[in-house]
Design a protein around this ligand. Structure first.
Ligand code: ADP
Ligand code: MG
Length: 725
C-alpha cells in the first residue's frame, strides 16, 4: 500500500502542490485500498484530484463518468500537461471522429492512458462496453454524481445506467463525487450506484469567504447591477439568468454601459462559446452573462461576484453557482434578485411536465423561496439545507447578519404549530398545516374532517404572516423536520415533542417582503421619487427664462421633462439629453442654467445623484421616427407618410409631437400651407405665442371651436419646432 509520504511526493511530482486539501489524502487512500468511496465536497474543494492522482498510481485505466463534454476536454488538457506523456488522459464522447476513437483505444491498450473520461451516453454504447471489457480498469469515478438523482438540480437519466454497465464491463472500486447533495440525493446516489457501504467523506460546505445577499427584484434591477459592477470595476463576475433571451438582452445593456461583458448560453455556436470562455479566463472580459450552461468545470479561481438575475430553481443550483465565486478563498459576493412573481413564472413552466416531476420541482422551488424570504442567517439556512449545522448565531458575512432584524417572540405560535402537526398525525405538508391553524376550512381539510378537531383554527388570533417563518425557523431550530422523501410532510422531532410538553421561548425574525413590482416590460429603469423642492425651482427658472426670451414657458421644457430632471438630477448636457422630451438642440439652447441650478441644489443638499448611475438603455432609436423625418425632408404629404407607415393620422401627429418636443426641428409648413388657409394658420400660431399653456383642450376652447384638433395640433407642431429648435 502507498505510504503517506509517498502520496505527498506524487502529489508534488505530478501536480506541484505541497499538500493535500481537506480530505483528499484519506479519500485517495481509501480508493487505492480498493474501497467504494463517496465524496461530498463543495465546488472548488478539489474533487478532481481525488481520482486523478490515484489513476496515475494504480494499475490499469480509470474510467471517469462526467456529464459535460467541455468539462472533460478541459480536464484532459490539464492532465496531459502534467507529464511528458501526451496521452495520459483521453476522453470518449460523441464529438470524436472514428479515427480519434481508434487512437484512444490504441493508447489505452498500450497502457499509456491512465484516465479515460466518458460521457454517460457514450458509456452505454455497445462498442464501448465491448472494448472496455478487454482492458484492465483501475476504478470508476462518477463525477457530478448528483446527476443520478431527480432530486438534484441537474438530473440526467443516462446516469441511472451506470451500475448495470459497470457490472457488464467488470467490477472495480467506485468513487462518486458531488458538490451538492441533500440527504435525499445522497441516498439516491448510493442506491443507484450500488455502493451502499461506501465510505463517506464529507467536507464542510461552508464557504466562509462568500458573502450572500438577496435583494428584492425591482424595475431598476439593471441599474443596480450596473452600479454594482462599476463599484467592483475590473473584477471578474458571472451573472446568471434563466432565459437565453434575458442573457442576450442584459449582456447588451451592460456593453452599452461600457462594461466588458458577453453572453453565454447553449444556443450559441460552440466556437463562440469557447472564445467567450477563453476571453473570460484571460480577463479580456469582466462579466459573463449566462444561463446555467456556463460554469461547470470552469476553473477561474478569482471570480469575485456571482449575481442571480432570476431566482434559481433550486438551492442546490444556487449553491453550486454561487460556489464559483471566490474559489481562491478571496472575496466572493453572491447577490440574488428575487420577486415572488418570478416563482409563479417558474411554476408555470413546469405545467407541461409529468405530475411527479412537477411535485419535486415545486418543492425545490419552495425551498428557494423560503431561503430568499427569510431573515435568518443565510449561511445557516444553506448549510442546514445540506444537512450541516452552522454553530454560530451570526456569520458576519450575509445581508441578514450584517443588518439583523428585530426578533419577535413566537413561542405561542410554535406551540400551536406543533400541536397541529401532532393532531394531524404528522401526515401533512406546510401549506396544509398553515390552513389548519388559521382555521381555513378548505375542501381538502373538510374532506379529512379536520375542521372538526379541537385544535383547528387555534392560531386565528396570531398574525397571519408569521406562519411561514415560524415553521421554517422551527425546522432550522430542529423542532420540526420536513420529510423530503415523503412529499415534504412535516414531522415532529424529539426536541419538538419536548417543546410540546414544556413550551419555552422561541424567537423568530419576520420574513422580508418580496412582493414588490417587477415588470419585465418596464423600460424606464428609473423609479425614484421626485424632488419637490427642486421641481419648484426648475419651474420658476423656466418661467423667468420664458419671460426674458419672450416665449411661452412650455416651449423651453415640458412639465414632464422638469419632473424627470427633479428626479434624476442631470448635471451634464449628455445627462440632460436622457430626459424625456429633451433632445440635443433643446439641451444646448436652454439647458445651461437648469444644469447649474440642479448641480447647486445637489451640492447644497448633499444629494447623491442617481444620475451618476443612470443607465443607458440599449439604443432603441425608433426606426419609425427616422423614416418620418426623412419623409418630411422630402416634403411628402403627411397623410401619405402615415399610410406608408401603417399608422393613423393621429398616431403620426403623436410621433411628430414627440419629435419636436424633444428638440428636433422638422419643417411641415409645406404641408400645412397646402391643407389650411393662411389666415387660420396665423390665428392658431398667434394663439400659441401668447398662451400660457400648450394644452390642446384649452386651445380648442380659447380658439372658439373654429378649428379641428388636427389643425390645432399641426400648427402647434410647427410652432414648437420653430420656437424651440
Ligand atoms: P471541484 O471539482 O471540487 O469543484 P476542482 O477539482 O476543480 O474542484 O479543484 C479546484 C481547484 O483546486 C483547482 O484549481 C485545483 O487545481 C485546486 N486544487 C486541488 N487540489 C489542490 C491541492 N491539494 N492544493 C492546491 N490546490 C489544489
Ligand atoms: Mg469538479
Amino acid at each position: 500500500m502507498t505510504t503517506n509520504a509517498n502520496l505527498a511526493k506524487q502529489l508534488k511530482h505530478y501536480f506541484g502542490f505541497d499538500q493535500f486539501k481537506g480530505d483528499q489524502e484519506a479519500i485517495i487512500q481509501n480508493l487505492m485500498a480498493g474501497n467504494d468511496t463517496f465524496v461530498l465536497m463543495p465546488t472548488g474543494g478539489g474533487k478532481s484530484l481525488c481520482y486523478q492522482l490515484p489513476s496515475l498510481l494504480m494499475e490499469g485505466t480509470a474510467i471517469v463518468v462526467s456529464p459535460l463534454i467541455a468539462l472533460m476536454k478541459n480536464q484532459v488538457d490539464v492532465m496531459n500537461s502534467l507529464s511528458d506523456e501526451p496521452c495520459l488522459a483521453h476522453c470518449l464522447n460523441s464529438s470524436l471522429t472514428k479515427t480519434a476513437v481508434q487512437k484512444v483505444m490504441d493508447d489505452i491498450r498500450s497502457g499509456r492512458t491512465k484516465l479515460l473520461y466518458v460521457a454517460p451516453e457514450s458509456l452505454t454504447k455497445e462498442e464501448t462496453v465491448a472494448f472496455l471489457q478487454t482492458i484492465k480498469i483501475s476504478f470508476y469515478a462518477v463525477d457530478e454524481a448528483h446527476c443520478i438523482s431527480e432530486w438534484g438540480h441537474d438530473f440526467r437519466p443516462e446516469y441511472r445506467n451506470i451500475r448495470p454497465i459497470i457490472n457488464r464491463i467488470g467490477n472495480a472500486p467506485v468513487i462518486a463525487l458531488t458538490a451538492t447533495a441533500t440527504d435525499k440525493v445522497r441516498s439516491d446516489i448510493k442506491k443507484s450506484l450500488g455502493i451502499a457501504d461506501a465510505k463517506e467523506f464529507r467536507s464542510s460546505f461552508n464557504r466562509p469567504n462568500l458573502y450572500y445577499e438577496v435583494r428584492p427584484k425591482t424595475n431598476d434591477i439593471d441599474k443596480q447591477i450596473i452600479k454594482f459592477i462599476r463599484q467592483n470595476a475590473g473584477k471578474s463576475g458571472i451573472i446568471y439568468c434563466l432565459s437565453r433571451k434575458k442573457v442576450e438582452e442584459l449582456a447588451e445593456i451592460l456593453r452599452a454601459n461600457d462594461i466588458k461583458a458577453a453572453p453565454y448560453h447553449a444556443g450559441l455556436e460552440s466556437g463562440v462559446r469557447s472564445q467567450t470562455q477563453d476571453d473570460f479566463l484571460m480577463e479580456r472580459l469582466d462579466v459573463i452573462v449566462a444561463t446555467i450552461a456556463f460554469g461547470m468545470g470552469i476553473d477561474k479561481p478569482d471570480v469575485r461576484f456571482v449575481i442571480h438575475y432570476d431566482i434559481p430553481k433550486s438551492l442546490e443550483g444556487y449553491y453550486q453557482e454561487t460556489g464559483r465565486a471566490g474559489r481562491d478563498g478571496g472575496e466572493g459576493q453572491c447577490i440574488a434578485f428575487y420577486a415572488q412573481k418570478d416563482l409563479k413564472k417558474l411554476e408555470k413552466f413546469m405545467e407541461g411536465k409529468p405530475v411527479a416531476e412537477q411535485d419535486i420541482g415545486r418543492q425545490l422551488l419552495q425551498e428557494t423561496a423560503a431561503y430568499a424570504e427569510s431573515s435568518v442567517c443565510r449561511r445557516r439556512m444553506l448549510l442546514h439545507y445540506f444537512g450541516e449545522e452552522y454553530p454560530y448565531d451570526n456569520c458576519h458575512n450575509c445581508d441578514n447578519c450584517l443588518h439583523p432584524k428585530v426578533q419577535i417572540e413566537a413561542g405561542n405560535a410554535l406551540l400551536i404549530v406543533l400541536q397541529a402537526v401532532r393532531d394531524l398525525k404528522e401526515k401533512f405538508r406546510q401549506e396544509y398545516v398553515i390552513d389548519y391553524v388559521k382555521g381555513r376550512a378548505t375542501d381538502d381539510i373538510v374532506s379529512h374532517h379536520h375542521d372538526e378537531l379541537p385544535s383547528f383554527g387555534a392560531g386565528e388570533d396570531e398574525d397571519a404572516k408569521h406562519w411561514n417563518p415560524v415553521i421554517r425557523q422551527a425546522i432550522i431550530a430542529g423542532y420540526l423536520r420536513k420529510d423530503v422523501e415523503n412529499y415534504g410532510l412535516l414531522k415532529l422531532t424529539a426536541a419538538g415533542k419536548r417543546f410540546l410538553k414544556a413550551p419555552t421561548s422561541f424567537k423568530i425574525v419576520e420574513d422580508a417582503e418580496f412582493n414588490g413590482e417587477y415588470d419585465e416590460e418596464a423600460d424606464d429603469p428609473t423609479v425614484v421619487a421626485l424632488d419637490p423642492e427642486l421641481y419648484a425651482m426648475l419651474k420658476d427658472l423656466r418661467k423667468s427664462m420664458a419671460a426674458k426670451l419672450g416665449i411661452p414657458s412650455y416651449v423651453i421644457f415640458q412639465e414632464s421633462s422638469l419632473e424627470q430632471m427633479a428626479t434624476i438630477y442631470p448635471v451634464t448636457i449628455e445627462e440632460l439629453q436622457q430626459v424625456q422630451g429633451v433632445g440635443v438642440g433643446k439641451a444646448k439652447r436652454y439647458g445651461g442654467p437648469f444644469l447649474e441650478l440642479i448641480a447647486k441644489h445637489c451640492r447644497d443638499n448633499q444629494i447623491e445623484r442617481p444620475g451618476e448611475l443612470r443607465v443607458r438603455t440599449v439604443a432603441k432609436k425608433s426606426a419609425t421616427k427616422v423614416k418620418i423625418i426623412q419623409s418630411i425632408d422630402r416634403q411628402l404629404a403627411l397623410d401619405d407618410i402615415a399610410e406608408s407607415l401603417g399608422m393613423s393620422f393621429d398616431e403620426l401627429l403623436d410621433e411628430l409631437e414627440a419629435i419636436v418636443y424633444s428638440g428636433t426641428k422638422i419643417n411641415i409648413e409645406y404641408f400645412i400651407r397646402d391643407v389650411m388657409d393662411d389666415e387660420h394658420i396665423d390665428d392658431i400660431y398667434d394663439y400659441f405665442t401668447e398662451s400660457e399653456t400648450d394644452d390642446l383642450r384649452v386651445a380648442v376652447r380659447e380658439l372658439g371651436g373654429d378649428y379641428t384638433d388636427e389643425e390645432i395640433r399641426l400648427v402647434r407642431i410647427m410652432f414648437i419646432s420653430e420656437m424651440a429648435n
